[in-house]
Design a protein around this ligand. Structure first.
Ligand SMILES: NC(=O)N[C@@H](CC(=O)O)C(=O)O
Ligand SMILES: [Zn+2]
Ligand SMILES: [Zn+2]
Length: 438
């Protein structure tokens, strides 16, 4: 295995030092380290080192929609985006609702070799919201599932939600809720507000999200369980989570990069590239989620990378699929929205994109670790001074539905290391090295 000496890198944006990566771990830290004979020396004097990013919410689409993404293409895109681990959502075909399917996804992730893939288990059979899936068997499987979600759909029946919350306690699992009251959002196309009224598109009101979050934090309190809120998007949701945390309720929440940056104004062009669930909200909501992320009410940023094939997006708004890609732009968007605005430091970025998601997903024995001697060398090197224009056709993901198309964003992932092995160097995926390691 290649040894890397990262010369003059800035861990978490702090003072520069050298990092020696050998035998899969951070072997030495210090200034002016001697380069071992066969080491590859990387001039990292312009780079910030972060613990490898961890995505709690990725749609890899395999099995079932390999025309949109495969585990191989999606995890390669994840590595390019600086990730060393992703949690793969359960809304595949077949659904990830049995030990057999989650083990298959886990095996395919290992075989691809780009990042560690942690399958999410469905809460209910077929995401139908009626009967609990075999949560225990998925937890005990080789995939060691700890995160359970019907994402794409809401676990709307309060009795089913209560049972799921109770059940996952046995193995320290968490239910990740896609908070969307279905009756309030039947036929909804975009955020309900001034813009939806003007465009004549059916609205998806903030209350449909907030009502479910309010119910679920109370359920989590009642049964003493752990709840995670997926892609929180409204100012009211931030308020409810803030209140729940102040009561000591064991709730965590995520926001997506697109909800940190984009608003419903973008729907005015009727371009379905901006159609997503939950919908893009208002500028006041964007301000509130930024503030919530900065003050710790929102624990993490998760991409909700949702690739769709062209034919599902190149159509009229009402017929188009909900969802946006995000793995390869997440870090840049967080830099623009939070770091370059002075709201967060790089140490905060490491928390919201690595340490906290690893902890919520209970993979913090391997990921989201401090950059310290003896720790697994899962690392991301970012050049904060770089700027680049997003070109979806040039991305590693198989799908081109990026809402950031044509935008210039700050920052670039220069390298990603998974257990000391480079998966990305000079911004380019290391196809040959990853193939050898397979
Ligand atoms: N976010 C989306 O708009 N779509 C997701 C489902 C989801 O995250 O709810 C998808 O699977 O396409
Ligand atoms: Zn969702
Ligand atoms: Zn999702």
């Amino acid at each position: 295995m290649t040894t890397y000496l990262l010369r003059d890198v800035s861990p978490l944006g702090a003072e520069r030092t050298d990092l020696l990566l050998a035998d899969g771990v951070v072997a030495q830290i210090g200034t002016g380290l001697d380069a071992p004979q066969d080491a590859v020396v990387v001039d990292a004097s312009a780079l910030v080192a972060l613990p490898g990013l961890v995505d709690l919410h990725t749609h890899l689409r395999e099995p079932g929609r390999e025309d949109a993404e495969t585990i191989a293409t999606g995890t390669r895109a994840a590595a390019v985006g600086g990730f060393t681990a992703v949690h793969a959502m359960a809304n595949t075909t077949p659904t990830q609702d049995t030990a057999g399917v989650v083990e298959q996804v886990w095996h395919l992730g290992r075989r691809a070799g780009w990042v560690d893939v942690f399958p999410v288990g469905a809460v209910t059979v077929g995401l139908e919201g009626e009967r609990l899936a075999e949560l225990g068997a998925m937890a005990d499987s080789a995939a060691r599932v700890r995160v359970f979600s019907d994402d794409g759909k809401c676990v709307h029946d309060p009795v089913v939600m209560r049972r799921a919350l109770e059940y996952v306690k046995a193995f320290d699992g968490v239910v990740a809720q896609h908070a969307q009251e279905p009756r309030l959002t039947a036929g909804s196309q975009m955020h309900e507000g001034v813009v939806s009224a003007e465009l004549g598109l059916a609205g998806w009101p903030a209350v449909a999200e907030e009502a479910v979050i309010a119910r679920d934090v109370l359920l989590a309190e009642h049964v003493g369980s752990r709840l995670h809120v997926c892609h929180l998007s409204t100012a009211g949701s931030v308020e409810i989570v803030r209140w729940a945390k102040s009561r000591g309720i064991d709730v965590t929440a995520e926001v997506t990069p697109h909800h940190l940056m984009l608003t419903d104004e973008l729907a005015r062009g009727y371009d379905p590239i901006y159609k997503v669930n939950p919908p893009l909200r208002t500028q006041a909501d964007v301000e509130a989620v930024r503030e919530g992320l900065a003050d710790g009410t929102i624990d993490i940023v998760a991409t909700d990378h949702a690739p769709h094939p062209r034919e599902d997006k190149d159509c009229e708004w009402a017929a188009a699929a909900f969802g946006m890609t995000g793995l390869e732009t997440a870090l840049s968007v967080v830099q623009e929205a939070m770091v370059d605005t002075g709201r967060m430091t790089w140490a905060d970025v490491a928390r919201v994109l690595s340490t906290a998601p690893a902890r919520i997903g209970r993979v913090d024995d391997r990921h989201g670790r401090p950059i310290a001697v003896g720790e697994p060398a899962n690392l991301t090197l970012v050049d904060p001074a770089a700027r680049r224009v997003v070109r979806p056709e040039a991305q590693a993901t198989k799908s081109v539905n990026s809402p950031f198309r044509g935008r210039e964003l700050p920052g670039a992932v220069v390298a990603t290391f998974l257990r000391g092995r480079a998966t990305v160097l000079d911004g380019v995926p290391c196809d040959d090295d990853v193939a050898v390691a397979r």
